[in-house]
Design a protein around this ligand. Structure first.
Ligand code: FAD
Ligand code: SF4
Ligand code: SF4
Length: 479
């Protein structure tokens, strides 16, 4: 084994420096610094190069983690980037926002009693360095192909597929209803987790690679699915999930009770300097308000931390289970607490009170009952445990469901599941419509960026196969 590795015994785990909470509460910039070259090398050298690397098995992209850690430890960063980018279209984005504690790092089996290798931070360092050094260039396909591919949705699934298809030489058109490409990377996830220029340089490179973006183009409004099928040799649906799960409680219709995504989109748009009028009548700002966010996932965490940065008077997160059973990442809960968010665990909303606008959330205590079929304990209200929280802005972050895509696309023939997700053949991600594939959250339901990238790549592999078979059949027919 090279001298550069197996240093977990002599070098402690060190994550990149984190800005002080009192400083980061004031802006939307990322909170973690970058490793310096020595720290990156040191941390990569802690890897013990396991024969069976569980980190790799638990990375949805199957990243060759020990290999790029070894190259980093040896100071061969350009090679490390080449290897990291062979399996991941956005290593610097995953390095920032993957819940590593549940994926690669949570499964790093370095040795008992030693903390995991900081895989995500090293991945981010490798890719950020590649950008800084100019190693990342626009795509130049070896040969151009005449077939065109239409991709609906410029989120991580659509973008990963677009890149793979362009690499293979196809003419790629990406359609998105928003005015900027990136999907939830741009308008969902706040800048303190992922700064927007990090996303912009990726989409910019795709544009420079010859991919055509049709923005402000809503499929169903501008053109139907059938129109796009006419225009392109194959299509990918990668539209994500956007319908917020509702809450049934007295008073839920009062003013200043808003959905999480509206709140986050408005905040992200303001960060770009946009004038936000379509769904913000001026109330979607937490400044000076008592904010109560209901929910316990990553979206709820992003809302509470956004409210802190907007200058809220107080920010509380109401969640019906306890800390251990929260779906949001433990790291983000800790960051939120440091920034002054108060978590009200084991509490559920009973009613919203107020005249026209909300002034309080009446809640009751919950306890965890017997485990259901999935092994999760169901929360149940504790009798006579009611209490009220002051609230001038309530944000509902209870998860997302797909929109009614067949209706939206003017395509009743498109098959969807009873949850509204697009049904695909899991062998090749093709829908019931010939040449129409689907990937990302619209197939899985709300998931993770890294899974969307994986699906986008898999869909591209299938689309390339499909187009090759079609080209072969046309050649044979012509002979
Ligand atoms: P999306 O990113 O949703 O992109 C879909 C695109 O399709 C959008 O740009 C949309 O405008 C477009 N579109 C939709 N309908 C149409 C139409 N009719 N015509 C044209 N275009 C259309 N994951 C993580 O891994 N880490 C995190 O920290 C994290 N934080 C999150 C925070 C929030 C607030 C949210 C909401 C999600 C978060 N996620 C996180 C989940 C992650 O963002 C998604 O799983 C991922 O973005 C899904 O990618 P996608 O490409 O399938 O869809
Ligand atoms: Fe870990 Fe995500 Fe990177 Fe995979 S893509 S190595 S899970 S940070
Ligand atoms: Fe290295 Fe940890 Fe992966 Fe083992 S599991 S190869 S120690 S990163």
């Amino acid at each position: 084994m090279a001298d550069d590795l197996l240093k977990f015994v002599s070098i402690d785990q060190k994550t990149p420096a984190k800005r002080e909470a009192k400083e980061r509460r004031l802006d939307f910039s990322e909170i973690y610094a970058e490793y310096d070259p020595v720290a990156a090398k040191d941390q990569a050298s802690r890897c013990s190069q396991c024969g069976v690397p569980f980190c790799h098995i638990h990375c949805p992209l199957g990243n060759n983690i020990p290999d790029w850690l070894k190259l980093t430890a040896e100071g061969r960063l350009e090679d490390a980037y080449e290897m990291a980018s062979a399996t991941n279209n956005m290593p610097e984005i995953c390095g920032r926002i993957c819940p590593q504690d549940r994926l690669c790092e949570g499964n790093c089996v370095i040795e008992k009693d030693f903390e995991s290798v900081t895989i995500g931070s090293v991945e981010k360092y490798i890719a950020d360095t590649a950008w800084e050094k100019g190693w990342i260039k626009p795509i130049k396909p070896l040969a151009e192909r005449p077939e065109t591919v239409g991709i609906i949705g410029a989120g991580p699934a659509g973008l990963a597929a677009a890149e793979q298809m362009r690499e293979a030489g196809f003419q790629v058109h990406v359609y998105d209803r928003y005015d900027r490409a990136g999907g939830l990377l741009i308008y969902g996830i706040p800048g303190f987790k992922l700064e927007k220029d990090v996303v912009g340089r990726r989409t910019g490179r795709l544009e420079q690679s010859g991919i055509t973006f049709h923005l402000d183009f809503e499929v169903g409004r501008e053109e139907t699915l059938a129109d796009l099928r006419e225009k392109h040799d194959c299509l990918l649906i990668a539209t994500g999930v956007y319908r917020s799960r509702g809450l049934k409680a007295p008073g839920v219709g009062l003013g200043n009770i808003r959905e999480a995504l509206d709140y986050l989109i408005a905040s992200n748009r303001k960060g770009f300097g946009d004038k936000v009028t379509e769904f913000d009548d001026g109330t979607l700002d937490a400044k000076g308000k008592n904010v109560v966010v209901i929910g316990g996932g990553d979206t709820a965490m992003d809302c509470v931390r956004t409210a802190v940065r907007q200058g809220a008077k107080s920010v509380k997160c109401l969640y019906r289970r306890d800390r251990e059973n929260m779906p949001g990442s433990a790291r983000e809960v800790k960051n939120a607490e440091e920034e002054g968010v108060e978590f009200v665990w084991l509490a559920g909303p009973e009613a919203f009170v107020g005249d026209d606008t909300v002034s309080g959330v009446r809640a009751y205590r919950m306890r965890l009952g017997v485990a259901d079929a999935t092994g999760r304990q169901a929360p149940e209200p504790v009798p006579d445990s009611g209490f009220t929280l002051d609230c001038d802005l309530a944000i509902l972050a209870l998860g997302f469901e797909p929109e009614d895509l067949p209706a939206l696309f003017g395509a009743p023939e498109l098959r969807v599941s009873r949850w509204g997700t697009v049904t695909v053949d899991h062998q090749n991600l093709m829908t019931n419509l010939d040449g129409v594939f689907a990937a990302g959250d619209i197939v899985r339901g709300a998931s993770l960026v890294v899974w969307a990238i994986r699906d986008g790549r898999d869909a591209a592999t299938s689309m390339i196969k499909y187009l090759n078979q079609k080209a072969q059949a046309a050649t044979l027919a012509a002979e």
